[in-house]
Design a protein around this ligand. Sequence first.
Ligand SMILES: Nc1nc2c(c(=O)[nH]1)N(C=O)[C@@H](CNc1ccc(C(=O)N[C@@H](CCC(=O)O)C(=O)O)cc1)CN2
Ligand SMILES: Nc1ncnc2c1ncn2[C@@H]1O[C@H](COP(=O)(O)OP(=O)(O)OP(=O)(O)O)[C@@H](O)[C@H]1O
Length: 193
Amino acid sequence: MLRQKIRTEYRNKRQALSAQQQSTAANNLLTTCLSSTTLAQAKTIACYIANDGEIDPKAIIEYCWQHGKSVLLPVLHPFSKGHLLFVEYHPNSATRKNCYGIEEPIVTTTNLCPLTNIQLILTPLVAFDAQGNRLGMGGGYYDRTLAPIRRDLLSTQLIGLAHNCQQTDILLTDSWDIPLNGIATPEQYFDVG
Ligand SMILES: Nc1nc2c(c(=O)[nH]1)N(C=O)[C@@H](CNc1ccc(C(=O)N[C@@H](CCC(=O)O)C(=O)O)cc1)CN2
Ligand SMILES: Nc1ncnc2c1ncn2[C@@H]1O[C@H](COP(=O)(O)OP(=O)(O)OP(=O)(O)O)[C@@H](O)[C@H]1O
């Protein structure tokens, strides 16, 4: 399947980056994000903990904390298979590793955030194109969870974070794919509306 072939190719590209390249990319990513008004204006922002060579958004999370913004992380839904929950994340949040080895906050009765309260979601991705199409890890987690955005039921903004080497020509899309409003790389911001 073509999608799987592209996924493997682009996972390999990001995994091949050196620690030095990762660190430079992560620092420059914050600068790009700050050039878009979306991050400056949003008060409730979902992000992720880097895994598998993904660009590291740690500096963005720190920036959000310093500027009084509320940060959320995705957590694999404990009952609804293939869906995500978004959970508050603070400097001292208790975390654990999920089944993919990705750190996630422990869900409590008070730290869940409904999708309707999230103004901006910064998504990880494996590959993207300049039209705002996104290829993820293949679990369909973001696509399923964010389906209400596709149906225009939510105004949450979606911005993908990526290394420059994750840009592809044109990605073929499926009916369930949620298009991004923008993509931020260490070099530039693609505004796709
Ligand atoms: N940092 C980060 N957090 C995230 C995601 C992500 O892509 N990145 N997710 C985004 O959905 C969710 C977790 N989904 C994931 C889905 C699959 C695999 C994974 O490693 N899958 C296969 C290989 C996939 C393939 O190449 O076909 C594996 O187990 O090796 C990891 C995370 C929520 N949290
Ligand atoms: N809204 C949805 N409802 C039901 N199934 C879905 C939905 N979105 C995606 N899926 C299923 O999830 C599977 C994986 O989708 P896809 O390859 O687009 O994931 P991805 O975008 O790479 O992953 P992720 O969103 O986790 O980063 C597909 O085979 C599809 O059947």
